[in-house]
Design a protein. Structure first.
Lengths: 127, 127
DNA sequence: CAAGTAACTCTGTTTTTCGAAGTTACATGT
DNA sequence: ACATGTAACTTCGAAAAACAGAGTTACTTG
């Protein structure tokens, strides 16, 4: 998605260097990919929580209120697979596992800040 | 979520003017609210698609590839309820309905642009 | 008047997400 | 020594969400 490159008349397009050359304006492959992750329950919140610092499984579960063990486990595996977070085992004793944002995970944070600021202004509360 | 206000030692916090006064760093109520919508399948993509201009139900369904009628219908109702999009009926004939971003919906777009840019760089493809 | 399009809704099936319990490994208290 | 506790998960059956596809109503076009 590129900042709308205003066309002559009201017909705005998204087309940029790398996509959506067709005149149909339904693309934005990158956004679709982003929401392949973020469009799943909890992913965004987990990422946002990890912005506060790394934490272990049990700790994360406490910080992300309402998530279940199995879903937390699934999400961590997905995010890890996508390279957004890093799982590291500190081989104790006691052994402990901790999850933290990776380089690309950290690169997401500016967008998260904006999202959060937007929500603060535009989603009053009681949805 | 606020840009991390570095604390003395490694303990970063998110606490800002309006939330998370407690020392537990698991808050960010605004982000959680944002993902109450965006964390559902299709919501983000629908919003991103509407950034290209308003469109009717059938048109949207074509532009958001893969969505089903019933889910599109649900999402439009939700987004409308939250005031992110506006449904307007142009009473023809032929009568037609069209959906467009509202003021707050448009306010989300800068965050979407960032998200998209991030995905373009950090989510190569084939997930 | 037959066919098509828009905008949905309804129904039944598949996929996700859920809470709760179970597992393995180590640590601590008594 | 042994019961208890914590961390890190996995497994299971049930509830909720998403899906595909058929049906509905209203209006237009050939």
């Amino acid at each position: 998605m590129n900042p709308p490159p205003k066309t002559a008349a009201g017909t705005r397009t998204l087309s940029g260097p790398a996509g959506c050359e067709e005149s149909l304006r339904h693309c934005d492959a990158a956004l679709v990919r982003a929401f392949g992750f973020l469009g799943k329950r909890w992913s965004g919140v987990i990422l946002g929580t990890l912005a506060n610092g790394e934490s272990g499984f049990a700790d994360l579960k406490r910080r992300v209120e309402g998530i279940s063990d199995s879903v937390l486990s699934d999400r961590l595996a997905e995010l890890q697979g996508a390279g957004l977070i890093v799982r590291s085992v500190e081989s104790g004793p006691p052994v402990s596992v901790s999850y933290a944002l990776s380089e690309s995970g950290r690169a997401l944070m500016p967008a998260m800040f904006e999202l959060s600021a937007w929500a603060a202004k535009n989603l009053p509360d009681a949805r």
